[in-house]
Design a protein around this ligand. Structure first.
Ligand code: DX5
Ligand code: ZN
Length: 235
């Protein structure tokens, strides 16, 4: 993995890919410019949808050359952390709302050798991470209520991103955004301080492994919009 940097990174969510063809889908999005591959794990309990578990993550890992970014929407989470780290995840992100002992969950992720992320639901304040800043490599701001792709961006979260950016200061902690990211919404969060943008439907729409150039155009459009917003803030 590369050294820490705050450049804009696009992380397609394979929740919007063909579930019967994850290998080819991962290869296609990486060839078309994806920086990270975002993998959504759902349990039908913490969120009202079910995807897959660690053995599927391990199978997917073989088709990803770069960063595998695993977002755990499961509760309880602690009993499964070791298995997800061992599946080959570079980042394992747990929800602040998934249990009573966030500090312990984050320590567990790092103890097995992955980078640790914490995700905040839209109703959870930025202050939830104030006392775990030294335990995290990433904070994931949900801009939809987790569970499904294709939902609308919740604009109130932009202020939370700004607060988190100020709280993080010079610490090497990524700010990742997940939910409703498009070329229209990406500039809002990029200007507020986000560096990793997850996008499911906006990357996969209109394309397939037979027409991967569509993925490439979709990724490039989100990246260009986010980078332009960064430049205008810096100017
Ligand atoms: C939502 C997932 C997201 C989802 C985003 O619960 O965590 O990663 O795939 O999908 P879009 O980009 O379609 O909102
Ligand atoms: Zn996600």
């Amino acid at each position: 993995m590369n050294a820490f940097d705050r450049s804009i990174k696009i992380a397609p969510s394979i929740l919007s890919a063909d579930f019967a063809n994850f290998g080819a889908e991962c290869r296609a999005i990486e060839a078309q410019g994806a920086d990270w591959v975002h993998v959504d794990v759902m349990d039908g309990h913490f969120v009202p949808n079910i995807t897959f578990g660690p053995s599927t993550c391990a199978a997917i890992r073989k088709h990803i050359r770069g960063v595998m970014d695993v977002h755990l929407m499961i509760a309880p989470v602690d009993p499964y952390i070791e298995a997800f780290v061992k599946s080959g995840a570079d980042f394992v992100t747990v929800h602040a709302e998934a249990g009573a002992h966030l500090d312990r969950s984050l320590q567990l992720v790092r103890s097995f050798g992955a980078k640790a992320g914490v995700s905040l639901n839209p109703s959870t304040p930025a202050s939830a991470i104030e006392f775990v800043l030294d335990r995290i490599d990433l904070v994931l701001v949900m801009t939809v209520n987790p569970g499904f792709g294709g939902q609308s961006f919740i604009a109130s979260q932009v202020d939370k991103v700004r607060q988190l950016r100020a709280m993080i200061g010079a610490r090497p902690i990524h700010i990742e955004i997940d939910g409703g990211i498009t070329p229209e919404t990406a500039p809002l969060v990029a200007a507020a301080g986000a560096d990793v943008l997850v996008a499911g439907s906006a990357v996969f729409k209109g394309g397939s492994v037979e027409t991967p150039e569509v993925y490439g155009r979709n990724i490039a459009a989100i990246r260009a919009a986010a980078e332009a917003a960064r430049m205008s803030v810096a100017a």
